[in-house]
Design a protein around this ligand. Structure first.
Ligand code: SAH
Ligand code: F3S
Length: 484
């Protein structure tokens, strides 16, 4: 369990975030994020809002005037981590007495005012839809009062806020396209902490992508809890439009159309997206992926379980057979697609037979990557309220290890398929293990390391793959790709 959660944390956890500082800003903000990429992106929105209030970001906790922690509630462990961070802030506050502490995000939304009672260090509690209110809330705090805003919205998308890119490699960036989730999986706290699902105006999405392209970013990941249900209505009634062309522009835009628009408008930019819920995924999206070379051939397609009984108890709206059919169709349309899963073991009532169904489904798909968890009961969810968390800890642990081991085998099978091939990789940074090597990802999201040579960060490079582990390819760069 530890092993997998660590990988997830490395993937998504933002440490203290930094940005270019403005001279006229006099106050110091230390902001850090836990949880999903949406949280990372939300922190960039918060930094943009507070930049206008005179705050520069800092990486040094001890010198901060304001400390904000963007929190995750998805599993109990995520909340424990945040509580430990609050203890650390408390220690610092003993010395830096004027420092204020705010909690943002899902845990703020879940616990609301209770946070102020439970953790004396906290001055400010702000839910994911209330970040525009931060300037007012901070004034309250300045005048010595605690401040709370956890109102969820049906339409807030922060579409007009241009995020301050924090801790960025300057090459890859995230752009949020939907917020919230309406799916109500019985185990999941997200619909309660992030509210109703809403889509952002495609115009503002394209503008944000344009600004990233202008700044020389090479890869954009479109983000949402459930991107495939993206749906934007142009708004207005028929009588509001003077010309037919205006009307045509006002028709509904779904996720396939949005992807098509992005990939067509920015042919040199790579696009990825996450997350796809199988029940909302349409083959139109896969056809658009096939149509554009610059849409990466990688799909994160969480299934959670391979057992029909579990899928039903989880309120996932598809059977294992339907999921397998979807996977078959995906491979028919894009044979080189790479796939990843999220899987939960030990959900309420899970039997050995159910677990076997999960292993069998994994053997059928042979995922490239996987993110695996043991079930953690969340207060307020349907499962938390009505179902019995009856699988013993030791059984959960054993089942989790079994799916991790199987996933490792499949990951190796997948990386081996790249051996001997020459593929395009986008250089994203220096390899963690060797300062003389770059690390980059191919369209399938597989990481390769190779000698730096004369290549630069942000270059698209052709690499001959010569060796691999289950997680990483090793190769030699043989030239630039046509995409530069
Ligand atoms: N659609 C979301 C899913 C958010 S949660 C997205 O954008 O990724 C991410 C994963 O956490 C889920 O797919 C699920 O596998 C896992 N998860 C959610 N609730 C959980 C719980 N109560 N216990 C264990 N794992 C959980
Ligand atoms: Fe959670 Fe299910 Fe939505 S996992 S984020 S309720 S798709």
């Amino acid at each position: 369990m530890e092993q997998v959660e660590k990988t997830i944390d490395e993937r998504i956890q933002g440490k203290a975030l930094v940005t270019k500082n403005k001279k006229e800003n006099t106050k110091k903000l230390f902001i850090e994020s836990y949880g999903c990429q949406m949280n990372m992106n939300d922190s960039e929105i918060v930094a943009a809002i507070l930049d206008k209030e005179g705050y520069n970001t800092t990486q040094i906790l001890e010198e901060a005037d304001l400390v904000l922690v963007n929190t995750c509630s998805i599993r109990e462990k995520a909340e424990t981590t945040v509580r430990k961070r609050l203890q650390k802030y408390n220690a610092v506050k003993q010395v830096n007495k004027k420092m204020k502490v705010g909690v943002l995000g899902c845990m703020a939304e879940r616990l609301k005012e209770k946070f102020l009672e439970e953790e004396k260090i906290v001055d400010l509690v702000v839910g994911p839809d209330a970040y525009r209110d931060l300037p007012n809330l901070l004034q309250e705090v300045e005048s010595g009062r605690d401040a709370v805003n956890v109102i969820l919205s049906k339409d807030e998308t922060y579409g007009d806020v241009s995020p301050v890119r924090l801790n960025s490699n300057g090459v890859t960036a995230f752009v949020s396209i939907t917020r919230g989730c309406d799916n109500m999986c019985t185990f999941c706290v997200v619909p309660f902490t992030r509210g109703r699902e809403r889509s952002r105006d495609p115009k503002s999405i394209l503008e944000e992508v344009q600004s990233m392209v202008d700044k020389n970013y090479k890869e954009i990941t479109l983000l949402g809890q459930n991107v495939d249900s993206f749906l934007w209505f142009g708004g207005g009634l028929k009588k509001d439009f003077k010309k037919a062309s205006e009307m045509a522009q006002a028709t509904a835009v779904g996720f396939a159309e949005l992807l098509d628009m992005c990939a067509t408008k920015f042919p040199k930019t790579r696009f990825r997206f996450s997350t796809s819920n199988p029940q909302d995924m349409s083959l139109d999206v896969i056809h658009i992926m096939a149509k554009h070379q610059n849409i990466c051939k990688y799909l994160h397609l969480p299934v959670q379980s391979g057992s029909n009984a579990m899928l039903k108890a989880m309120n996932r709206q598809h059977t294992r057979e339907e999921y397998m059919e979807l996977v078959d169709n995906i491979f028919k349309i894009v044979p080189e697609m790479s796939l990843s899963q999220d899987m939960i073991v030990g959900f309420c009532g899970e039997t050995e037979e159910d677990h076997q169904d999960t292993l069998d489904l994994m053997k059928y798909v042979k995922y490239d990557f996987g993110f695996m968890f043991s079930y953690s009961e969340r207060p307020g969810t349907l499962a938390g309220n009505k179902m019995d968390d009856d699988v013993p800890f030791a059984v959960k642990k054993r089942r989790l290890q079994e799916i991790i081991d199987l996933q490792q085998e499949h990951a190796l099978l997948r990386t081996q398929q790249h051996l001997g091939k020459t593929e395009e990789f986008l250089i994203e940074g220096t390899s963690k293990k060797n300062p003389n090597e770059w690390k980059g990802r191919n369209t399938q999201n597989t990481v390769a390391v190779f000698d730096k040579g004369s290549y630069k960060l942000g270059d698209f490079v052709m690499v001959k793959v010569e060796d691999c582990t289950s997680a990483t390819l090793k190769g030699t760069a043989v030239g630039y790709s046509d995409n530069n």
